[in-house]
Design a protein around this ligand. Structure first.
Ligand code: ADP
Ligand code: MG
Length: 330
């Protein structure tokens, strides 16, 4: 059974960056205002995520890393209206099958926290009382220690580290009221360092640099045309002055970081038709839709989002971006 669980876990956690994404989303679900990430060897040696969120109750610790343990879903109907990012109760469990997980946490009003380690879904020992300030710290060590083929294919740690930096940069520019940092273990300087409670443009400047931030145009839309449901979009898109090595599309739908290849391709086409020089644009977009219109990614490996009225939404955004670019060019 352990082998089967390990294989399943390896599907949920495909690379170090997938573990970081799950951990940071848990921190955001816990209403943290600060999330700090430390990484060693591209995440294979160590991933450590520290937050100042609401913490985990003592009585939840024994089952925390069992599969399908979640505090975010009580009925099947909740699946349709889920607002939090995590809901499968699979991420932490999976990590314990492919790495060594240690949780340190304290809840509000407690005098001390608890620390406990997990292996293959279960606690390795009773939670130990320890000093703790506020929130939760989760450490994942020796990821894929029991999957040697996976470890080998992931040996380019620089590549994985840059994926993690990219991920944190994306979270930082959407969740502007949350402070984020990401650094290599032992490094004095953080590679992502974003202080909360500031404007989106300021956040973009601090993580993506001045040259991107100073060339952004605001874009907005909202209506109830889409089969009488409400659709809201706001974003910041680069104008003609900006040329990057590749397109950067940061997309959040209902506050979840997602990939939507069809929209990305559609916007690339608009850019190369309207502004050939800016064929590698920077695009940040946040879309809000009724939750029941968004496929909630029941399968954890499915990064790609799927929506009702996809074509309508894509066309709408496409023409908005096009007119914005044309106006800026005149
Ligand atoms: P899910 O997020 O899908 O519920 P996870 O396996 O990611 O499942 O996490 C399991 C549970 O552990 C969560 O539902 C939550 O109650 C708790 N948890 C995990 N990380 C944190 C955190 N950083 N702060 C508070 N609670 C957490
Ligand atoms: Mg989760």
């Amino acid at each position: 059974e352990t082998v089967v669980n390990r294989i399943a876990a390896g599907e949920v956690i495909q690379r170090p960056v997938s573990a970081v994404k799950e951990l940071v989303e848990n921190s955001l679900d816990a209403h943290s205002s600060s999330v700090n990430v430390v990484v060693k060897d591209g995440g294979l040696k160590l991933i450590q995520v520290t937050d100042d969120g609401h913490g985990i109750r003592y009585e939840d610790l024994p089952i925390l890393c069992e599969r399908h343990t979640t505090s975010k879903l009580s009925t099947f109907e909740d699946l349709q209206s889920i607002k939090s990012m995590g809901f499968r109760g699979e991420a932490l469990a999976s990590m314990t099958y492919v790495g060594h997980v240690t949780v340190t946490t304290i809840t509000k009003g407690q005098l001390h926290g608890y620390r406990v380690s997990y292996k293959d879904g279960v606690m390795e020992h009773e939670p130990k009382a320890c000093a703790a300030v506020k929130g939760t710290q989760i450490m994942v060590e020796n990821l894929f220690y029991n999957m040697s083929a996976r470890r080998k294919t992931l040996q380019n740690s620089a590549d994985d580290y840059s994926k993690i930096v990219d991920l944190l940069s994306r979270f930082a520019i959407h969740h502007t009221s949350v402070s984020f940092s990401c650094r290599k273990h032992g490094a004095a300087r953080a590679d992502v360092h974003s202080v909360g409670t500031r404007s989106r443009v300021d956040a973009i400047r601090s993580v993506y640099g001045v040259s991107i931030a100073q060339n952004l145009m605001k874009i907005e839309a909202s209506d109830n045309d889409l089969s009488s449901s409400v659709f809201k979009m706001d974003g910041l898109i680069s104008n003609f002055n900006f040329v990057a090595k590749k397109i950067t599309m940061v997309l959040f739908i209902n506050d979840r970081l997602v990939e939507w290849t069809a929209l990305k391709r559609a916007l690339e086409i608009v850019y190369s038709a309207t502004l050939p020089k800016a064929s590698k644009p920077f695009i940040y977009m946040s879309i809000v839709l009724p939750p029941e219109h968004v496929d909630v990614n029941v399968h954890p490996t499915k990064r790609e989002v799927s929506l009702l009225n996809q074509e309508v939404i894509i066309e709408k955004i496409q023409s908005l971006v096009e007119s914005k670019l044309r106006n800026s060019n005149d």
